[in-house]
Ligand binder design. Structure first.
Ligand code: ADP
Ligand code: MG
Length: 329
């Protein structure tokens, strides 16, 4: 089957079905991280690949920012399981046109964030390539019970950290070259696109206090990633559109058309999680120590009810799922 029909997630499902398995794999393919046993305990492991012209464009992204982002997207997957990041392996494919100063700039961005998050760079591989390729594998310490995508139950509340759509709107501005006159609002959106903030503290607090029943990071758009929780948990979901947390910069620049980016725009790297309704007060109290707003945006319903977005009047409004899939067009 053509990959454009199968889609990224169909392909991953095929890979998963045929994957070699082994002992000690507590969580394998299909979540934000794998969770594996070893003689000294257990670890969370995740990997992400960034390719020039597909995931980033050096015309508008600095190498320092790319270094930051290539680690941040992995940190976000560790956060989504409630883990603490520890060791990174970074491999590069580098075109001949690059010089050592540029590569040093990339490592500056990477190492700055690594130091801030207590991550040690312990190895990798270096090769020649036709375009810049960045591959990061991150290993972390799990909480007692890593939060999976599959634990949500009918009746659970649905929450998201931070604000939605900023990174996608920032990218849209870059693509349309709307940033000629730089305003404070557009600078903020661009920062969200270039240097995402992984929600590590929120993730560990939610996991340690057993508050989240299911969790994922929003990398491919709210609805797409909520869809992963729904499939893995065997539930449906209602989202209240009016409650979606939007930044002031987003409200200023999104316009009517751009509003859809809060539902479908990728690369927010916020945490989307579910929790039992009796935990509302405890979850509200996490905002301060986690240093990020946490907003209740919906409720888990039965799988038969599917996924619905309701407008302010409580009317279901039709949404097109346009979240990111690398193969589907
Ligand atoms: P995320 O967006 O959180 O990085 P992905 O959608 O990329 O997650 O991946 C979903 C799951 O599929 C993860 O468990 C990941 O490790 C696994 N996966 C993705 N690509 C491959 C591959 N080529 N081979 C094996 N497992 C893969
Ligand atoms: Mg993820």
């Amino acid at each position: 089957m053509k990959l454009s029909r199968l889609g990224e997630f169909g392909l991953i499902e095929e890979i998963r079905r045929r994957a070699a398995t082994g002992r000690g794999v507590r969580i394998g393919i299909g979540d934000d991280c794998a969770w594996v046993d070893h003689l000294a305990g257990s670890s969370l492991i995740t990997a992400d690949l960034l390719i020039e012209s597909i995931h980033f464009n050096l015309k508008w992204s600095s190498l320092d920012a790319l270094g930051h982002k290539s680690l941040a997207v992995n940190l976000s997957d560790i956060a989504a399981m409630g883990g603490v990041p520890a060791y990174a392996i970074l491999s590069l494919g580098i075109p001949r046109k690059f010089d050592s100063k540029q590569i040093a700039e990339f490592y500056r961005g990477f190492n700055r964030l690594a130091r801030r998050c207590g991550v040690a760079l312990i190895g990798g591989d270096t090769n020649f390539a036709k375009s810049l390729i960045v591959s990061v594998c991150l290993i972390g310490h799990p909480p007692a019970r890593p939060v999976q995508r599959s634990g949500a139950k009918v009746g659970d509340d649905i929450y998201v950290t931070g604000t939605l759509g900023d990174a996608a709107l920032g990218l849209a501005h870059l693509r349309l070259r709307l940033t000629g006159a730089k305003s404070a609002a557009s600078t903020q959106l661009l920062a969200r696109h270039h240097r995402p903030t992984p929600r590590l503290t929120a993730g560990t607090l939610l996991a340690r206090q057993n508050l989240a029943t299911a969790m994922i990071d929003v990398s491919d758009g709210l609805l797409q990633d909520l869809g992963h929780i729904c499939r893995a948990s065997g539930i449906g979901a209602i989202i209240w559109h009016e409650r979606l947390p939007l930044s002031r910069a987003f409200l200023k620049l999104a316009g009517k058309v751009g509003r859809g980016l809060a539902l479908n725009g990728g690369e927010d790297y916020e945490l989307l999680f579910c929790a039992r309704p009796h935990q509302r007060e405890r979850i509200e109290k996490l905002s301060a120590p986690a240093k990020v707003q946490i907003t209740r945006i919906g409720r888990c319903v039965t799988a038969a009810q599917g996924m619905t977005v309701l407008d302010g009047a409580g009317k279901a409004f039709s949404v097109q799922l346009k979240g990111h899939d690398h193969f589907k067009r």
